[in-house]
Design a protein around this ligand. Structure first.
Ligand code: AMP
Ligand code: GLY
Length: 434
């Protein structure tokens, strides 16, 4: 029987873990999993310049290669970081061979890979979310716009690396976004669109570690999606984050569980989906209460880098228990009460055309409360660390207050150098006093 439907009576030994992915999120996952006293080794593929040891160059899309590695290295648990391999069925392929995976099946990953599917599930489950219209043609889209006669949010249906959304300020802008999408701006992802009502309010990210039935919630986190200070400029994957976001206290988080996450897991089960992985709810806290802006089927990046240092060494066993559908057998996940601050150092030109190939000089010495996670880094032929992507490094600090945590993170950034290094100096402006 496929692993996805089995629930063992006890959890097997957990010694060897494989993280799939090559970003800052995956570097942070590897770092956090290594804190478990029982773990012998954490492998990562394809990894990046910061994860050189135990790094294997197998692409995240290469099921056969990953399977071979799992067998040769006797891997007990695979943790899949990014959405693309999940949407392509990597977890299904591994589970079919009896390997425990933290990460949903392709069917479950539709929460992220198809906005229309996720919307339908939310509507059926009664999960609060913006009103929406799914359209297949430009005519249909313009007809909806004419009828409603107000600006709408335009979203590509498929995966578009966070770039498929236009929050239009006017009807004219909505129209341009619709026309652009049907002219192929988002490729295949934009061949069908979701039009949405415009919501207003602060945004917060909530992460639930799910075993198909039960879940553990992580502290809420606040991302900073725009590239430039003052929350201006183009949308990015995220330029920094902090946690716990005071926007949602424990009662607020409990309300999100009741209103959003419990009904979502129940609706997934009704569709026969045994969801074993992260549900990332991107929420807008509107005057009418929390509303789902989007679901993702993975940890946020850089929210993951921000959250991992707050979590206890039980994390590995918790993820393993989720993978086996037995969260009830896991130790309680301890959460440090410190404030965690994360700032991303990006390459100049990010996100449109990031500069690459510059040598990176790192003077920073990480410690218990200060971490450096790599993302777009690699080694050149001389073995030097060089930039290789838009978001290059992230510095994360934990302190008693957000002021102290951000001072430490920014002091850490001063010790990183590469040509064109770019970062926002106002990450955490919502919670900082200086
Ligand atoms: P998404 O990729 O769906 O997370 O959207 C990217 C960003 O667009 C979100 O983080 C929000 O800031 C914004 N956004 C998406 N949907 C809406 C909406 N219905 N109303 C207002 N802003 C939205
Ligand atoms: N930081 C936002 C995301 O990972 O989608």
């Amino acid at each position: 029987m496929a692993m996805s439907s089995t629930r063992p009576n006890t959890l097997p030994a957990l010694k060897r873990v494989l993280v799939v992915g090559g970003g800052g999120r995956e570097h942070a996952l590897k770092w956090a999993l290594q804190r478990s006293p029982n773990i012998d080794a954490v492998w990562i593929t394809p990894g990046n310049g910061g994860t050189a040891e135990q790094r294997i160059g197998i692409a995240e899309s290469d099921l056969t290669g990953i399977l071979r590695l799992c067998n040769s290295e006797a891997i007990d648990l695979v943790v899949v970081g990014p959405e693309a391999p999940l949407a392509a069925g990597l977890a299904d392929g591994l589970r079919a061979q009896g390997i425990a995976v933290f990460g949903p099946s392709a069917a479950g990953a539709q929460l992220e890979s198809s906005k229309a599917w996720a919307k339908q599930l939310m509507n059926e489950a009664g999960v609060p979310t913006a009103g929406h219209w799914t359209v297949e043609t430009e005519e249909e889209a313009l007809e909806v716009l004419n009828r409603l006669n107000r600006p709408l949010v335009v979203k590509a249906d498929g995966l578009a690396s966070g770039k498929g959304v236009t929050v239009a300020a006017s009807i004219a802008e909505t129209k341009v976004a619709i026309q652009d999408a049907f002219q192929g701006r988002f490729g295949e992802a934009g061949s069908s669109l979701v039009l949405e009502e415009l919501l207003t309010g602060p945004e917060v990210s909530v992460f639930a570690l799910c075993d198909g039935e039960r879940m553990v919630l992580l502290p809420p986190a606040q991302d900073h999606k725009r590239r430039d200070e003052g929350d201006l400029g183009p949308n990015t994957g995220g330029m920094g984050a902090y946690a716990p976001a005071p926007l949602l206290d424990s009662a607020g988080l409990e309300q999100v569980k009741k209103l959003v996450l419990d009904p979502t897991v129940a609706a997934l089960r009704q569709r026969g989906i045994d969801y074993r992985g992260v549900i990332y709810a991107g929420l807008m806290l509107t005057e009418e209460g929390p509303q789902v802006i989007e679901f993702n089927c993975r940890f946020g990046d850089p929210e993951c880098q921000t959250l991992m240092p707050l979590l206890g060494p039980e994390l590995a066993e918790v993820l393993q228990a989720c993978a086996h559908g037995r969260l009830d057998l896991a130790p309680k996940l301890s959460v440090n009460s410190h404030c965690s601050a994360c700032v991303v150092a990006a390459a100049s030109g990010y996100p449109e055309s990031p500069r690459k190939g510059d040598v990176i000089d790192i003077q920073l010495n990480p410690n218990e409360r200060l971490q450096l996670f790599h993302a777009g880094t690699t080694r050149n032929h001389q073995g030097e660390l060089i930039t290789s992507g838009g978001r290059v490094l992230a510095v994360v600090a934990q302190e008693q207050s957000f002021d102290a945590a951000f001072s430490a993170a920014y002091a850490g950034l001063q010790q990183l150098h590469f040509e064109g290094i770019t970062y926002r100096r106002d990450i955490g402006h919502q919670v900082r006093r200086n």
